[in-house]
Design a protein around this ligand. Sequence first.
Ligand SMILES: [Zn+2]
Length: 255
Amino acid sequence: MQNYIKHKIEELIKTGKEPQYESLSAIEFLTEFDYATKYLSRLLKVRPFVMYILLFKRAYFEEGKRTITVKLSELGENLLSDLGQPMSHDVVKRGVNDLVRLRIIEKRPPKPGQINEYEVKLPSEIREVKEMIKKSEEKTDEFVDDSKDDFYTDPQKRIEILKREDYKCFYCLREIQRDDFYLDHLLPRTKGGQNYKTNLVASCRTCNTKKNATEQEEFLLQVYRRGLITQEEYQGQKEKLVKLKEEYNQIESGI
Ligand SMILES: [Zn+2]
């Protein structure tokens, strides 16, 4: 379906037909079409929905205007009913009337001797669809709380800690590779420390071995005294340590 539309749009662009005032841009057309299939389809039964798609395409794809005249006898003439018969005029009429009743399209007062004129609303202009779009956008913006996730055993999440440390050992700041690093618990597991991201730092093999049970502050000081990091770096890492521990305590105490 998407390919068909793309092809049609390319064709339209090639023929150089001036877009009319009410015309949609290609992207707008695709976005609205997407809203129709994603959201409007949930509001409507199959037949009225099919009628809407036909009217929407006629209005915005073929004619480039929102108010169109339509011969109902021609609408859906190439579609078959469930029984494999051409869709009857009656079915089409009922589908279109449903759309009018639901205010998804508006029927213009008939002028004598004229065929039916309808104003076709865009999916994004329909109140219920608007609400669904808003809801789905809120969902994607929703904050995912991973503060109590296990960052120690989940390989993907272990990498996130490494990324947070900019692929460097937390203690000596040497670069470490994603296939050769360790995670160190700030509050040890033996003291009830959790596998939360606020309780973990990445470290290199050497630091991991040397540190053993030394407190982080003490070990950082040793690393600084051995000249592996500058005073500025030492202060920076110490501050990071304080922040992580504060955050961890807040999560643990449920604040
Ligand atoms: Zn290190």
